[in-house]
Design a protein around this ligand. Structure first.
Ligand code: AMP
Length: 230
């Protein structure tokens, strides 16, 4: 079991969720995905869920203080189970979130060991999001792609048998909002982590397995690849 802490960074549709799951399986560490945690809160109609629902449905970012609390709680829960390593997926998404995370880790003399940026061209993302299907059950939350990772039976979740859906925030108009939000709020974090010296670029346009292999190599060796020259 690894005690290292990773962040997976990349635009919506870069494959962060699927890749984080694979990486966590290999390293046997928890996958902390703020999108999943928030979707569970919405499904369970908790006070946080009711607050964030309109933001999530329209593809906007939920307020920093809410998501920071949700994430810190998840880190605490992992820590109580003596799990100090983890992969963060979907967090941080703004400077405030990155700074809040850094502050909390610093207090505990911890740090993010590696930030892996999945560099994915816009055309690939558009295609991936429009072919994504998700299990609507918040306890399952499995994600498929009708082209690259289809379920065994068309439109039925392999794990729990529920009918798969297109997530409300995977509708074309919402995808555009989420992409705009990424370039405005989250992409500047690439520079933030580049300056910290712990950013690694992984090309995200290969097959799911190819990208997973590159991510695993990066995580295990800690080699920090720079962005390819354009
Ligand atoms: P995801 O599954 O990571 O694509 O997240 C789905 C939605 O949850 C996003 O479109 C946001 O509305 C919300 N969300 C997830 N993580 C964050 C975050 N770190 N900051 C703000 N909003 C978030």
């Amino acid at each position: 079991m690894s005690d290292k802490r990773y962040v997976l960074l990349g635009p919506p549709g870069a494959g962060k969720g699927t890749q984080a799951e694979k990486l966590c399986g290999e390293l046997k560490i928890p996958h902390l995905a703020t999108g999943d945690l928030l979707r569970a809160a919405v499904a369970n109609q908790t006070p946080v869920g009711l607050e964030v629902k309109p933001f999530m449905e329209s593809g906007r970012l939920v307020p920093d203080e809410v998501v920071i609390n949700v994430l810190m709680e998840a880190i605490e829960t992992a820590k109580k189970k003596k799990l100090s390593g983890y992969v963060l997926d979907g967090f941080p998404r703004t400077f405030r979130q990155a700074e809040a995370l850094e502050k909390v880790l610093k207090k505990r003399k911890e740090k993010i060991d590696l930030v892996i940026l999945i560099d994915t061209p816009d055309e690939v993302i558009q295609e991936r999001l429009s072919t994504r299907r998700s299990c609507p059950d918040p306890l399952c939350g499995a994600v498929y792609n009708i082209k690259s990772k289809p379920p065994k039976k068309a439109n039925v979740c392999d794990l729990c048998g529920k009918q798969l859906v297109i997530r409300s925030d995977d509708q074309p108009e919402t995808i555009r909002v989420r992409q705009k939000q990424y370039w405005h709020d989250t992409a500047p974090l690439v520079d933030f982590y580049e300056r910290r010296g712990n950013l690694c670029h992984v090309p995200g346009d290969g097959s799911l397995e190819e990208v997973a292999e590159l991510i695993l190599q990066a995580a295990q060796t800690g080699i920090r690849r720079k962005a390819p020259r354009k």
